[in-house]
Design a binder for this molecule. Structure first.
Ligand SMILES: C=CC1=C(C)c2cc3[nH]c(cc4nc(cc5[nH]c(cc1n2)c(C)c5CCC(=O)O)C(CCC(=O)O)=C4C)c(C)c3C=C
Ligand SMILES: [Fe+2]
Length: 346
């Protein structure tokens, strides 16, 4: 048996040019776990409407944050992979759910090195149809078709792992040291409310009201909303935040269906209107900085806050390649490699 690891992140276009952004968005938005409507309706919506206008606007946004070395999300993920590889004895690969660095290529590279047992790590702290689930489903389809003799085990969503909460809390403290702020906003990527109901294994728990996420239920193992709220609660507990000095919100909604609320842009606006002069924002749904953190939060979010009379707007970077985060991944990988039994599979 030869072991290997595959880190999997979301992906990015090959370049910030509209044609590459269009190709990438086509693959991303045609995923039935991202836009979860019947194929004909998704085709009509994505190829008939969204892709006619969005690639140009998104390309503009990507151009604002693109680095000389490439997309921040890809560059940071590659740096993470290299750092993890330095501390692990077997091959560590990197793949993206969408775009050119495909999961098939990632598994092929591991197979070429003789790997037959893969520890797949979706780089998402919280489970959602559009995060962990879509990666695991695709990886299994690829395994069955192309690598039938390969075993794939995976790291489940790690939102409440005490070591992860420690690493995230320490990173937040470090970045807030010496900074003025009256309110810390935990902004998570949004999903349509419908996704939460679809992932509810009890089929009745998730009412998306004031209390379902706080009432214990087996549904929480697959509830993105609960898992986001838990990250905020656990970090606030760890860092002894006073009530009222922090809150959670959801960013990046698309379309007209109700998405998880409160929305980040409206929350920033409200905080500014209420007279908050200095705020900080952290984005724990992402482990690598990307378009959503560098443009939507750090640029657009700051602009909204300033328009509302706010002053200091501190954006806390994602964990990216911080040493404690790298060390934690290495620890999880070594634990897996030493374990006799397979990791729980979703
Ligand atoms: C339309 C539905 C979308 C769902 C559902 C969704 C869920 C989701 N996405 C992320 C993480 C990222 N999304 C990113 C970009 C992005 N997301 C959507 C749409 C949905 N996401 C779009 C259309 C885009 C493209 C950008 C744009 O055109 O505005 C990114 C950034 C990628 C990058 O290259 O930097 C990330 C990361 C999560 C975690 C999530 C569910 C919880
Ligand atoms: Fe997204």
């Amino acid at each position: 048996m030869k072991k290997g690891v595959l880190l999997v992140n979301l992906g990015s276009p090959d370049s910030p040019e509209p044609k590459d952004v269009k190709k990438y968005l086509d693959e991303f938005l045609m995923d039935e776990r991202v836009i979860d409507v019947p194929y004909w309706a998704r085709t009509l919506l994505v190829r008939g409407i969204i892709l006619n206008t969005r690639p140009k606007a998104s390309a503009k946004a990507y151009k604002k944050i693109w680095w000389e070395e490439g997309s921040p999300l890809i560059v940071l993920s590659e740096q993470l992979q290299q750092k993890v590889q330095e501390s692990v004895d077997f091959p560590v690969g990197l793949a993206m759910r969408y775009g050119s660095m495909s999961i098939k290529k990632g598994l092929q590279e591991l197979a070429d090195k003789g790997v037959d047992t893969v520890f797949l790590i979706p780089l998402y702290p919280q489970f959602a149809m559009a995060t962990t689930e879509t990666i695991l489903v695709l990886a299994e389809e690829i395994r069955q078709e192309h690598f039938p003799n390969m075993t794939i085990e995976n790291l489940p969503a790690f939102y409440n792992n005490p070591d992860y909460i420690d690493v995230l809390s320490n990173s937040i403290s470090k970045h807030l040291e010496g900074k003025k702020y009256e309110h810390l906003l935990f902004s998570y990527h949004g999903v349509p409310e419908r996704h939460i109901r679809k992932s509810d294994i009890t089929k009745s728990h998730c009412k998306i009201d004031g209390s379902c996420c706080e009432t214990p239920s087996p549904a929480h193992e697959f509830c993105y909303r609960h898992q986001c709220k838990e990250v905020t609660r656990l970090v606030a507990e760890k860092l002894n935040f006073a009530p009222g000095t922090y809150s959670s919100s959801f960013q990046s909604r698309l379309g007209f269906d109700p998405w998880l609320q409160p929305y980040t842009d409206r929350t920033i606006e409200r905080l500014g209107k209420e007279g908050v002069k200095n705020m900080a924002i952290v984005t724990p749904a992402f482990v690598s900085d990307c378009l959503e953190t560098l443009e939507e939060i750090a640029m657009e979010g700051e602009e909204i806050f300033h328009e509302m009379g706010g002053k200091d707007f501190t954006t806390i970077p994602c964990l990216n390649t911080e040493t404690p985060w790298v060390n934690l991944l290495v620890k999880w990988i070594n634990n897996w490699a030493q374990a006799e039994t397979a990791t729980v599979q979703h």
